[in-house]
Each structure stands twice: as C-alpha cells, then as structure tokens.
Ligand binder design. Structure first.
Ligand SMILES: [Mn+2]
Length: 235
C-alpha cells in the first residue's frame, strides 16, 4: 500500500475517538498524520491526546485552544478555564516543546494543499495572513476582512479559490464542509458528533462517532444536531 497523508479534524481531548479513528484507518509509520489543531481543551483527555500524537509522529498546526494553553505557560495568571490549567500542570518539558513548535500552517506540496486551523482570508498572500485570523476566523465580512462570527459574513471557505486546497477545522457549527478548494473537518466530536479524517490523495472521508457528549454545545451547534436527528434514519 502506498503512503497516505491523513488529515484529522478537531480532537479536543477525545482520546478514545482518536485511537478508534487511527485503528480504523490502519495507520502505519509510512503514513503522514497531520492534525488541524485544537488538540486540547473541552474534552476528557487532552494530555493523552498530546502524548499519543507525539508517539505516532504526528504533525499539527496550532489551534486557538492550543494557543491558550501556551499562553498559560508564559503567564500562569492568564484567563483560561480550570480544566486547561489542570492539563498545563500535567504536561512535561517534551510535551511543551512539541506544542511550542506547532506552526500556523503546514504545506502539503505533493497534494497542492495547505492545513490551517481556522481559515485564510481570500486575496491575501500567506505571508500576510494574520496569526489571530488563522486561529479564530470563520467568516468574511462584506469589506473583505475576517470575522470570528459566522453571522457577520460568508463562510470563508466558500469564497476561497485555490490552489492550494485548504484543509481546516474550528467550525463545528457548519460541520463538514466540502468546497472546490477547501475542506472543513471539524465535525464536533467533543459535542457528541464525529471525529473526521480526510485521506489523501483519494480525499476519502473516514470518521468515528463520539462515544458521548463531552462538552455542552453552544446554541448554534445544538440547533444543528436537532435538525440532523429529524432526518430519516437509514434502516
Ligand atoms: Mn478552534
């Protein structure tokens, strides 16, 4: 079997689901594993996720929650929740070093693709993208600037014209997104959704269902789940 590149959506400490997904994929040392970030926070086993990813030699871009964890290291009084503070106390030096080295983007030139946590502003070169936008954006306002809030504009991925094809996470409200040049992989695992991988070069989607709801979804995600559960079930 030829080597694959496997890109995985937001894990948020869902170790059980990550293990099941990697097992289902039959991941080997020949495969390249690339995470879209937000490895930690909200879910039950942030430390276990970091350790597993280090062990299997995964790469990841930085997510906004990973960045919060790093902020806590520089400033122990930083305003982050208690669960993240608990995770911070358990990380060892090698874990911190691995997290500190996470980049904003990972280029996959063989696939004319790029991985980023939240998004990119169309029409702006990669060198001029703002770190804050790459970690937190979801939409583009009418004036072309980035917004964290979907309701303030159009989902950025819908406006993105590649190449590169961009693989991203961060938007569990919209969920799986498959645009001509952008693929959104945050399918809300920590909210009781699924953990999703996209396998290159075939762009095959593989996912596992969350064992349970680990974090209370916000209103927008709850509304989406409600509308999905009204769809007719396959027999
Ligand atoms: Mn995020």
């Amino acid at each position: 079997m030829s080597a694959r590149t496997v890109i995985v959506g937001d894990v948020h400490g869902c170790l059980d689901e990550l293990e099941r997904l990697l097992a289902q994929l039959g991941l080997t040392r020949d495969d390249r594993l690339v995470m879209v970030g937000d490895l930690v926070a909200k879910g039950p086993e942030s430390l276990g996720v970091v350790r597993l990813l280090r062990e299997v030699g995964a790469q990841s871009v930085l997510g906004n929650h990973d960045a919060s964890l790093l902020r806590l290291r520089r400033d122990p009084s930083a305003d982050v929740n208690d669960a993240l503070k608990k995770t911070a106390r358990k990380l060892d030096e090698a874990d911190w070093a691995w997290l500190e080295a996470l980049p904003y983007t990972i280029a996959l030139p063989d696939h004319r693709a790029l991985v980023v946590h939240a998004g990119l502003v169309p029409g702006v070169s990669l060198a001029r993208q703002k770190p804050e936008d790459m970690l937190t954006m979801r939409a583009i306002r009418e004036d072309g600037t980035a917004s964290k809030r979907l309701e303030e504009g159009t989902p950025w991925a819908r406006l993105w014209v590649g190449p590169p094809h961009v693989y991203f996470g961060h938007d569990a409200v919209t969920g799986l997104q498959q645009h001509p040049f952008a693929t959104g992989l945050d399918t809300g695992c920590v909210y009781g959704g699924r953990l999703t991988a996209c396998v290159l070069p075939a762009r095959e989607l593989v996912s596992v269902k969350a064992k349970r709801v680990y974090a209370e979804p916000g209103k927008a995600i709850a509304a989406r789940h409600a509308s999905e559960s009204q769809k007719p079930k396959k027999k």
